[in-house]
Design a protein around this ligand. Sequence first.
Ligand SMILES: NC(=O)c1ccc[n+]([C@@H]2O[C@H](COP(=O)([O-])OP(=O)(O)OC[C@H]3O[C@@H](n4cnc5c(N)ncnc54)[C@H](OP(=O)(O)O)[C@@H]3O)[C@@H](O)[C@H]2O)c1
Length: 299
Amino acid sequence: MALKRVLITGASGLLGRAVFKEFSADASWEVLGLAFSRSSDKLKKVDLTDPSSVQQVVQDFKPSVVIHAAAERRPDVVDKQDEATQKINIDATQSLCTEAAKVGAWVLFVSTDYVFDGSKPPYTVTDQPNPLNKYGQSKYQGEKITLETSKDNGVLRVPILYGEVEYLGECSVTLLFEKVRDTTKTCVMSDYERRYPTACQDVAVTIRQLSDKRLQDSSISGIYHWSGDENMTKYDMAVAMAEIFNLPTSHIEADKKPSRGVTRPFNSHLDCSRLEALGCGQRIKFKEGIAHVLQNYKP
Ligand SMILES: NC(=O)c1ccc[n+]([C@@H]2O[C@H](COP(=O)([O-])OP(=O)(O)OC[C@H]3O[C@@H](n4cnc5c(N)ncnc54)[C@H](OP(=O)(O)O)[C@@H]3O)[C@@H](O)[C@H]2O)c1
């Protein structure tokens, strides 16, 4: 069988690292991971906002699959940086999809549950997006570009992610543990918006499975959802983390008001039945997954 070639953008990021590891562990895939500020001997430096660099890497590698995970994903940063967001979340997506189409590569665009307004969960793949903030809007535009450039392409929406981090503040779930483990200070945790924390490792496996299916079945296209199935607020996650390490929870206070900063959906739970029907997907329990991630950060 011809070697399968996957190009992974954002391979230095929280999700991209897990996706890179997952494909690299499967000898049937030839993998090229891209990074920007965190390039290394394993990850090639490519500025995705430069169309000629995108053209060069796609033409040279000639992938069969492109997993597009690079993005600016912090809603409060996106809110203040219109031009930079346009370049990485929207224009870079267009260049990548255009170049991928020229070499016949299938693009899977990693998107977010923030394309929904969170008022009527659960959301199926056919539900109409209505993003509440500029981050959600930019990702929705990226989705449309991906599917308009080729109707064969795919979009995978995922909710709040956690995974192996370079430092606790790298991800909004592990960030909570900075406060949880400091039992000398009271901390206030959001107990309003409902979330479905999802392990990067589970998403990575799901992406690899879907990519394998796509290479065997050209009807694999359009929108897919993957998500953990435990409904939790950030307060619930913080308490779960404390319990794992037998820490007290009396210093953790629940905040019942909507989170500050840009508006976030109340409950954008994703219906995952389309992927489940394909036999794709993997879910680890939150306590088990987060215990593994936090093992090096024990107090
Ligand atoms: N994290 C979440 O909770 C979450 C939830 C839902 C959806 N998502 C989506 O999942 C995807 C992955 O998110 P993540 O959390 O892994 O993001 P992340 O950790 O912030 O990583 C972002 C990645 O984008 C790369 N990048 C940024 N600007 C670039 C440029 N100009 N050229 C090339 N690469 C560039 C970064 O490279 P360097 O670091 O090397 O510069 C990094 O690898 C995103 O599409 C995001 O919207 C994430």
